[in-house]
Write a protein that binds this ligand. Structure first.
Ligand SMILES: [Fe+2]
Ligand SMILES: [Fe+2]
Length: 189
């Protein structure tokens, strides 16, 4: 596993204790993941490889949003107002200035966030009782691995491999400290 800190077992317990809250937060994250892939397309329109792969990503994340929304509707819940994730806020606050360092940090951070999503969907799938929801999260964990690899391979396509690896290590250390410091709640991040 690429991540340098594992999610505490208490996280899974917090999610199972309030699955409704988790589903609502999860849906918002899928919608935002789609929007961030499109934001990359808008900001880097001349990077042909990035545009093609981020369009695919945006579509897939939007499909995830639709699928989570089906679970939400089936439980007679309604989507709520956006809440800020301290985790995502602090990760993006660490982006460096300058167009190239900023671009690299964005790609690598997206890769890390996808890896964390993969880890957590897998934990949840392992804790849920047998059934469709468990299968749903198992399938999502597989998608997030692919998304993680997409962002990582884009970082390697546009940057020197040694520089990308060095910066990835720094960002992974920062993410590990963050994941250990933040309080647990029934939310993806
Ligand atoms: Fe997703
Ligand atoms: Fe994803």
């Amino acid at each position: 596993m690429l991540l340098r800190a594992s999610t505490r077992p208490e996280w899974t317990a917090a999610v199972l204790a309030d699955l409704d809250a988790f589903l609502l937060d999860h849906a918002a994250n899928e919608r935002k993941a789609s929007a961030s892939a499109l934001a990359l397309v808008a900001h880097y329109p001349d990077r042909v490889d990035l545009v093609r792969r981020c369009i695919d990503l945006a579509v897939e994340e939007l499909e995830h949003f639709r699928a989570v929304h089906r679970w939400i509707a089936a439980r007679r819940l309604t989507l709520g107002a956006d809440t800020k994730s301290e985790y995502l806020r602090r990760l993006s606050a660490g982006f460096r200035d300058g167009s190239e360092p900023y671009f690299l940090d964005r790609l690598l951070t997206a890769a890390i966030v996808e890896a964390r999503g993969c880890e957590r969907f897998g934990l949840l799938a392992g804790a849920l009782p047998d059934g469709e929801l468990r299968e749903f999260y198992r399938e999502l964990a597989r998608s997030e691995v692919r998304h993680h690899e997409t962002y990582l391979s884009l970082a390697h396509a546009y940057f020197d491999a040694a520089e990308a690896q060095r910066r990835l290590g720094e960002l992974l250390d920062a993410e590990a400290r963050l994941i250990e410091a933040l309080p647990l709640r029934s939310a993806l991040y």
